[in-house]
Design a protein around this ligand. Sequence first.
Ligand code: NI
Length: 130
Amino acid sequence: MSTEAKHASTMNHGKVSLAEAFAQFDEQWSPKLVGELNGQHVKLAKLEGEFVRHRHDDADELFLVLNGHLDIELDEETVALDPGEFVVVPRGVEHRPVADGETEVLLFEPAGTENTGNVDSERTADVERL
Ligand code: NI
């Protein structure tokens, strides 16, 4: 199957295998688009180590951990996420993701949401379709 045909089936009417999707990339901190609905993006990312602290003024952001362990550091607390657990970081709330070892996550947030939010960083990444 050509890459384009694969994209079409993945994005329009095919089921998405998370295991197969994660097997298609190695880059860390570089979210991959695997689904869209109602103006929202479903993205997958591999994370390891500390990210930049940031916020999204116009977007709530969901982090669902699939493998590994992710701490979301907030102002007053740290939310510790193991596989099968998620949190929604409300818009405007400063957060810093810190992944203990390589961690696989699913992100759900409005299309166009920048991974580093209000911060321009070397970690700011364009979202690519898988
Ligand atoms: Ni964020």
